[in-house]
Design a protein around this ligand. Structure first.
Ligand code: ADP
Ligand code: ASP
Ligand code: MG
Length: 402
């Protein structure tokens, strides 16, 4: 059977009518060259932020919920329709489809919904008839017929989930950079494009904050062994392949430096000795869908000192839970203006001394490390946000990536 691809276009790629026309030209070329594909699009760049802003004008505390998710999902309705119109103008047959029309089923966790199932019959039919399906990214429909969204950046996840459901040969992620780089090229201009990454490395990078791919899309790709090709919308160059790699003879010790400015650290002290309260705390946080990242706990003279990092957007919820569970004698602090910096590489498994170099670089920049964590293929620290760009550059140089 012919090969099948899913092609996903990000916000910048469809950021204006002119760009949408360019995407349509590119798709036309692929179609005429005999490629079979399903298209997924994000909202036009800036649109989802604009919608979030409107919601916050009405209610500053508005967040995931029936009305909020319905509002946010509307951005993709515009871009897929414009793209379908552009393709039709160029003589192709295209059909824009929202998640509910296609059947992208999710759970009911608003703004963080997870895809449970995708109906593919209609897509196969359209492909057979030579119609190009243009699917709205980022959205789903729950069991109560309510619109959900998958979390910011979630169109990548729609695309990879579709590719997995269709058993496509690959999922192409078209974006505004030429691939996955050894650091965010906007912060470190010396960053280099990486030709290939395995799922494990990309999963670490994505979950550590590199926003080039939504982390859940990498999880799905790994589970279904779907190859991902991250590449530029604006050039024909080969990008970065994320797929299973065998026999990596000499994996680089560190393949990338990743940073995430969208985090918050909460601390509490003195917490009464024992694990009971901590168990209750983390249970409550998980019930409220607050994803806890790095945790540090130390015994002090008065009791325990607890600190943990979470996403910025969860800060208010985290503080509310701490206040609910801990008595007023426990001091709860939100450490302001922090960011996470990480190094990732499968070669770290077999090379000692990585931590020493990580600490040395930060020490030379006089950076104060607030939290730190490691696994066999990554090392992360939380530092003041003001040092993030310099730290990215210094670590990038230290590990020979420049
Ligand atoms: P899209 O709208 O196409 O989904 P995103 O803005 O979500 O695009 O992701 C692409 C951006 O990710 C790039 O513009 C770049 O600034 C950022 N980025 C962060 N880390 C990396 C990295 N390691 N490699 C490439 N891009 C990165
Ligand atoms: N439009 C959504 C967002 O801005 C989804 C995406 O771009 O992937 O988060
Ligand atoms: Mg994105």
């Amino acid at each position: 059977m012919d090969s099948l691809l899913v092609k996903k276009f990000g916000g910048t790629s469809v950021g204006s009518v002119e760009r949408i026309e360019r995407v349509a030209d590119r798709l036309k070329k692929s179609f005429e060259a005999g490629e079979r594909f399903v298209v997924v699009s994000s909202a036009m760049s800036g649109e989802t932020n604009r919608l979030v802003g409107l919601a916050h004008e009405v209610s500053s505390k508005a967040r995931g919920g029936e009305a909020y998710d319905l509002l946010l999902a509307s951005g993709e309705q515009v871009s897929i329709s414009l793209l379908a119109l552009a393709l039709e103008k160029k003589g192709l047959r295209a059909r824009p489809m929202l998640a509910f029309q296609l059947g992208i089923k999710t759970d009911s966790i608003y703004s963080k919904a997870r895809i449970q199932n995708i109906e593919t019959d209609q897509l196969h039919e359209m492909l057979k008839e030579g119609i190009i399906p243009i699917v709205a990214g980022f959205q789903g429909i729950d069991n109560f017929d309510r619109i959900t969204t998958l979390g910011r950046g979630g169109s990548d996840t729609t695309a990879v989930a579709l590719a997995a459901a269709l058993k496509a040969d690959a999922c192409e992620i078209f974006t505004d950079v030429e691939g996955v780089f050894s650091a965010d090229p906007r912060v470190e201009p010396k960053a280099k494009k990486i030709e290939q990454l395995n799922y494990e490395e990309m999963m670490e990078m994505a979950s550590l904050g590199s926003k080039v791919l939504h982390f859940r899309c990498v999880e799905i790709a790994a589970k279904y062994q779907t190859p991902i090709h991250v590449r530029s919308t604006f050039s024909e160059l080969e990008g970065t392949w994320i797929k299973k790699q065998e026999n990596q003879m000499e994996a680089p010790v560190v393949s990338s430096v990743t940073h995430d400015p969208r985090i918050t650290v909460l601390s509490a002290e003195p917490v009464p000795v024992g694990l009971g309260l901590l168990a209750d705390l983390f249970e409550e946080l998980s019930k409220e869908e607050v994803l806890v990242d790095i945790i540090s706990q130390a015994q002090g003279s008065q009791g325990q000192r607890l600190a943990f990092s979470i996403a910025d957007e969860d800060a208010d919820r985290g503080i509310a839970i701490l206040k609910k569970l801990f008595s007023s004698s426990v001091e709860i602090t939100q450490v302001p203006e922090v960011a996470k910096i990480s190094i990732v590489g499968v070669g770290m498994k077999s090379h000692p001394g990585v931590a020493a170099r990580f600490f040395k670089v930060l020490k030379e920049l006089n950076v104060d490390l607030k939290l730190v964590t490691t696994s066999d293929i990554k090392m992360s620290g939380v530092i003041s946000r003001e040092f993030i760009d310099d730290s990215v550059k210094a670590l990038h140089a230290e590990f020979g990536l420049s």
